[in-house]
Design a protein around this ligand. Structure first.
Ligand SMILES: C[S@@+](CC[C@H](N)C(=O)[O-])C[C@H]1O[C@@H](n2cnc3c(N)ncnc32)[C@H](O)[C@@H]1O
Length: 285
């Protein structure tokens, strides 16, 4: 979903990455775990779009809590495997525990940078990137890395947020207005650049430039009943609400929930749509 106004990018790429890694470390415990019905179905849809085959070797960059990794492990079966990498150690640790708890033998996770994953050339049949490429300071570098890691004919499937629906825009404006009195002014410019790569051309152009062919991009709306305040803390928008001073958080929460109630009804819960862009491509054979 689209958040309150967020700046385009941090000036310093290394500082941006470090900030995002720490932000998702703090969000890892509740990421995907607060009644948010966006990431798991979008992950399953991305895996379906990637058309994985039994036996495929898959790299899932920015794997988070495994929204793509678990359905991918199922799709490739016991003769294939999925390697997930994430910048946030807490995400990697939590997902590793989930892999063991769920008895998934063909998936593993480790800390790694989605912009320049360190694996041998041609070592994967498919690369998945669910809701992560907009965080990367240099998308062209990342896409060239994926092209290097894939075998000839290998597939790329990535998701980003698409252009928002009217409902999303109304939700964003209302929530942003409710929180504004509690946020410092000027606001920190360290927030993740969630607004990038929403249009078709903004994604397909760089993918083609990296040497991929058969580039297709489509978007789909996901209905997402979420526990709104807790949801804010569970993902990238955590970077916004963390800026509310500690002693004003109860007031900010009450103002936020009042605003959301005006939009949807039941207390502390909101029904919203998130428009997701799925882009797929392959390397020439
Ligand atoms: C919005 S979550 C998406 C997680 C998962 N792919 C999904 O679809 O639910 C973004 C994830 O990307 C990770 N991330 C952000 N920048 C990264 C980078 N440069 N390298 C690796 N992971 C990164 C974050 O730590 C977070 O776990």
């Amino acid at each position: 979903m689209r958040g309150p106004p967020i700046v385009a990018a941090m000036p310093n790429a290394a500082a941006q990455k470090a900030y995002i890694g720490r932000l998702f470390d703090r969000a890892a415990a509740s990421y995907d775990r607060v009644g948010n019905a966006l990431f798991p179905p979008a992950g399953a849809a991305l895996v379906a779009a990637a058309a994985l085959c039994p036996g495929d070797r898959v790299l899932d960059v920015g794997c988070g809590r495994g929204a793509c990794l678990f359905p991918a492990a199922e799709a490739v079966g016991p003769t294939g495997y999925v390697t997930g990498i994430d910048l946030a150690l807490a995400m990697v640790e939590a997902t590793s525990v989930d892999i063991t708890r769920r008895g998934v033998a063909n998936a593993r996770v480790r800390v790694g940078d989605a912009e320049s994953p360190e694996f041998p050339d041609h070592s994967f049949d498919a690369v998945l990137a669910g809701f992560v490429v907009f965080f990367l300071p240099d998308l062209a570098v990342a896409l060239r890395s994926y092209a290097r890691l894939l075998r000839p004919g290998g597939r790329l499937a990535l998701s980003t947020f698409a252009e928002p629906s009217d409902q999303e825009i109304a939700f964003t404006r209302t929530c942003g207005a409710a929180l504004a009195p509690y946020l410092p002014s000027p606001r920190s410019d360290t927030l993740p650049p969630l607004q990038r790569l929403r249009t078709t051309e903004s994604v397909t152009g760089p993918v083609q430039a990296a040497g991929f062919v058969d580039v297709r991009s489509e978007h789909r709306d996901f209905y997402s009943p979420a526990q709104s305040w807790h949801w804010l803390w569970s993902g990238g928008l955590r970077g916004l609400v963390e800026q509310v001073p500690q002693d004003q958080r109860d007031d900010a929460r009450a103002a936020f929930i009042r605003a959301v109630d005006q939009l949807s009804g039941p207390a502390d819960s909101v029904a919203m749509t998130g428009s997701v862009r799925f882009t797929t491509a392959r390397l020439p054979s």
